[in-house]
Ligand binder design. Structure first.
Ligand code: GDP
Length: 353
């Protein structure tokens, strides 16, 4: 287990474009000297959470899969009783893009139900003071009216490609609610939109939309190919959020007296996949044509989140898509371009800060 001692909780967040600062008026949970467990700390959101908490003064508890298998109920219970974290950011989960979800539904359902049951029930039994559970925007019905408010949950059918994963996440939200109602546990769920940023998974088939398009744009540019292939027909709309913005929102919600059991955390607007692909082409320097692969699923046509609840707490995102996507490409060049079969040193990120 890794234990990091970070410095005092800072209530000021200057975003990467430096355009706004927010102030937490009502800090009820000060992390200084407290034990905070971040599950899934090696993933994209988990590592952003570690970055966000670095100035909090907390002792960050981080467990690798070898040290603690979250699928092993007894091991999770023993670990929680032995380590007694006060706060838990439950981020560790089996995640993947629309194609991975369509092809591996049993894995997504079984692993996520098991992991979250172990962590959430274990947190209750070990007396954790507050837990945040990360769900997904695919939990909302495909026919929900836009922007989607939190109370749209469980009011209609789900997209068939990602239903198994969505059901696992709905079960997690309901579990937090049930422990709140029955035991008075301060367990809160978060629904982010489509996430991207440093530490993303660039798997050719299993990645999420931004990572998938970014990788193919880079490969097309490096190979001198004139077409960038984007899945679906380009018309579905998606709301993007930089992972550092989500981590900061989660720190904010953990620190404040959040009255609700579920918060959407989005940027407040969405774009067509075709627009997202154009920005990615721009930041990667791909200048050819964008083609659409109609054999791949479009998924839900729109899933814009209603941000009213989290906005009323005083949180706002700080990173624009263009800056964030340029930063994501720099991260890709630094960490993955060589694996993607191209020469990283030959690529340069365009735009951004
Ligand atoms: P994700 O796959 O988890 O990012 O999420 P969604 O369920 O929100 O669907 C992604 C949308 O982006 C769908 O309309 C896809 O057809 C489209 N898309 C376009 N290119 C890609 C790609 O390379 N990877 C992924 N995952 N989606 C893509």
């Amino acid at each position: 287990m890794l234990v990091n001692e970070a410095s005092f909780f800072s209530v000021e967040n200057s975003g990467c474009n430096g355009q706004f600062n927010y102030q937490v008026d009502d800090v009820v949970n000060d992390f200084k000297g407290k034990k905070v467990w971040i599950t899934g700390h090696r993933g994209m959101l988990g590592s952003a959470m570690v970055r966000s908490m670095a100035d909090s003064g907390a002792y960050l508890l981080m467990t690798s899969r070898v040290e603690l298998d979250l699928l092993d109920r007894d091991a999770v219970m023993d670990w929680l009783h032995a380590n007694q974290p006060e706060f838990v950011f439950h981020i560790g989960a089996k995640v993947g893009g629309i194609f991975a979800n369509a092809t591996l539904p049993a894995d997504f359902l079984f692993e996520n139900l098991s992991i979250q049951s172990n962590v959430i029930d274990g947190a209750y039994r070990a007396g954790v003071r507050k837990l945040l559970f990360v769900a997904s925007n695919c939990t909302y019905p495909t026919n929900a009216s836009q922007p989607i408010a939190e109370d749209a949950l469980l009011t209609g059918p789900l997209d068939g490609n990602i239903r198994a994963y969505a059901v696992s996440k709905i079960a997690g939200i309901e579990m937090c609610r049930a422990y709140r109602r029955q035991h008075g546990s301060d367990f809160v769920s978060i629904i982010p939109p489509n996430l991207y940023g440093p530490g993303d998974n660039y798997h050719p088939q299993h990645s999420h939309v931004v990572a998938g398009i970014l990788r193919r744009a880079h490969e097309a540019k490096m190979a001198g190919v004139k077409e960038l292939v984007v899945w679906g027909d380009g018309t579905p709309r998606r709301e993007l959020l930089h992972v550092d913005d989500l981590a900061n929102a989660m720190k904010f919600i953990m620190a404040t007296d959040a009255e609700h059991d579920l918060y959407n955390v989005g940027c407040g607007h969405d774009m067509a996949i075709s627009q997202i692909a154009s920005i990615i082409a721009e930041v990667t320097g791909f200048t050819g044509a964008i083609e659409y692969d109609h054999s791949k699923p479009n998924g839900t046509m729109r899933k814009l989140l209603d941000n009213t609840r989290v906005s009323s707490l005083g949180w706002k995102p700080a990173i624009s898509e263009r800056d964030g996507l340029a930063g994501a490409y720099r991260d890709f060049l630094a960490r993955h371009a060589a694996e993607a079969g191209t020469d990283a040193s030959a690529g340069t990120a365009a735009g951004g800060h």
